[in-house]
Design a protein around this ligand. Structure first.
Ligand SMILES: [Zn+2]
Ligand SMILES: [Zn+2]
Length: 136
């Protein structure tokens, strides 16, 4: 089990089971939502996510129709995003997890809209759009 919290600690959650590899998203929405060159996201099953405190602090911003980005209304931490079309999934922001992770980033996504001031310095696969790689 993993635990996570926002910057102010008001929102606390637990995730059952192992976490999937981290997806690095360079899309302009993630960059602006995070204030960083890319977001580090992990898609998890909604059933594995338990909100332990702070339900009243969670606000959601609908950044594109049907896509909601959840954040803490007190400290501003991004927490997860979700899509109405895939109600069983949440995309958790990896930086909120407290424990060391067993998983590592798997690929860069949306590099077609990446910040021009950031140089990708690893050998991970890069996808110019939001392509999810198939397992070999
Ligand atoms: Zn907070
Ligand atoms: Zn993104």
């Amino acid at each position: 089990m993993y635990t996570g919290n926002c910057l102010c600690g008001g929102i606390r959650f637990s995730i059952d089971g192992e976490l999937p590899p981290i997806q690095l998203c360079h899309c302009s929405q993630c960059r602006k939502a995070q204030g960083t060159p890319f977001a580090a996201n992990m898609p998890i099953a909604r059933s594995a996510f338990r909100l332990d405190s702070g339900a009243e602090l969670i606000k959601e911003f609908e950044s594109t129709p049907g896509k909601k980005r959840a954040f803490c209304s007190r400290c501003g931490s991004p927490v997860y995003s979700r899509r109405d079309a895939t109600p069983d999934a949440l995309r958790i922001r990896a930086g909120l997890i407290n424990e060391p992770l067993a998983v590592r980033p798997v690929a860069h996504f949306n590099t077609g809209s990446k910040a021009n001031w950031w140089t990708i310095g690893d050998d991970l696969p890069q996808f110019s759009e939001n392509f999810i790689p198939q397992k070999p």
